[in-house]
Write a protein that binds this ligand. Structure first.
Ligand SMILES: [Zn+2]
Length: 280
């Protein structure tokens, strides 16, 4: 293919940030930190390897996802506990914050709500940054491993991909059938997963997660939440997904409630202010 004569000049145009995020409502991290100091543990759920579990948090509580026995990646879904149609929107969270989330960044909800569901308040892998391959941790660029893609690529019937694990967990939690639960499962925050795009071909890559037992990612629940976490069959995601080949470990979810009065001045965010008239 012939390049135009001004190809170099066109490529040299400097990028602009799509969504400058300096006008996003800023979380009060100092308030969250002081509230966290007062918090006591009110619940925990262990997520078995190659399976998923649900858990609930009230607005104003904290939840922590920990690596406990070995390097393990988790696929996280969040819903408004009172209305499953409001759920985590990974694509918009990516557009607002970038490819990977860390301290002070937020998990945003789907349209027409578009508000913070959870704010990341602690991240023991925050030191990792962006490595020489362009990889980083806790991505919102992947989807969730699923049996449909596995079937497309290899003809397999594998039942413990994160998509199926999350579907079973949501069905068990809500009493829905698998068929009813499946459409509520959505693209995830890939907790502890180390990913990026190759510079030469732009392909999505993963590499062994730097997570070790004791590491955790902690969140503040901005609204009442139903969460589901899958301990991915990829384990640390160093080699493959969608099989029982990788070493897999459990993940621990713990819920913490701050003391009464510790969040004075904080309010659960309202739904988005767009009037929804769409020009009519
Ligand atoms: Zn997975």
């Amino acid at each position: 293919m012939q390049e135009p004569t001004d190809a170099a000049a066109r490529r040299a145009v400097k990028p602009v940030i799509c969504y400058p995020n300096d006008t996003l409502p800023a979380p009060d991290m100092a308030l969250y930190a002081s509230a966290r100091q007062t918090a006591r543990k009110v619940g925990e759920v262990q997520v078995a390897p190659r399976d998923a579990a649900c858990f609930r948090m009230a607005a104003g509580q904290f939840f922590r996802i920990s690596s406990v026995e070995g390097p393990q990646v988790g696929d996280l879904n969040l819903w408004n506990a009172n209305d499953l149609s409001e759920r985590f929107y990974s694509g918009k969270s990516r557009a607002l914050h970038g490819t990977h989330l860390s301290m002070g960044e937020r998990m945003w909800s789907s349209f027409p709500y578009l508000r913070p569901m959870a704010t990341i308040t602690d991240d023991t892998l925050g030191w990792y940054g962006i490595d020489e391959f362009g990889g980083s941790v806790h991505d919102v660029i992947g989807t969730r491993c699923d049996p449909y893609t596995g079937n497309l690529l290899s003809g397999a019937q594998y039942h413990h991909c994160c998509h199926s694990n999350l579907t079973r967990a949501l069905a068990d939690e809500t009493g829905m059938t698998l068929t009813e639960a499946e459409p509520h499962v959505h693209d995830v925050l890939n907790v502890f997963m180390c990913t990026g795009f190759t510079r030469d071909t732009g392909q999505y890559f993963m590499k062994a997660s730097p997570v070790r037992p004791g590491d955790y990612l902690e969140f503040f629940a901005e609204i009442d939440l139903l969460g589901a976490l899958s301990a991915c069959p990829g384990g640390d995601c160093s080699s493959e997904h969608s099989s029982d080949a990788a070493a897999c470990y459990p993940l621990l979810v713990e819920i913490f409630a701050p003391a009464d009065g510790a969040l004075t001045g904080w309010q659960s965010p309202p739904v988005n202010g767009y009037d929804r008239s769409h020009g009519r």
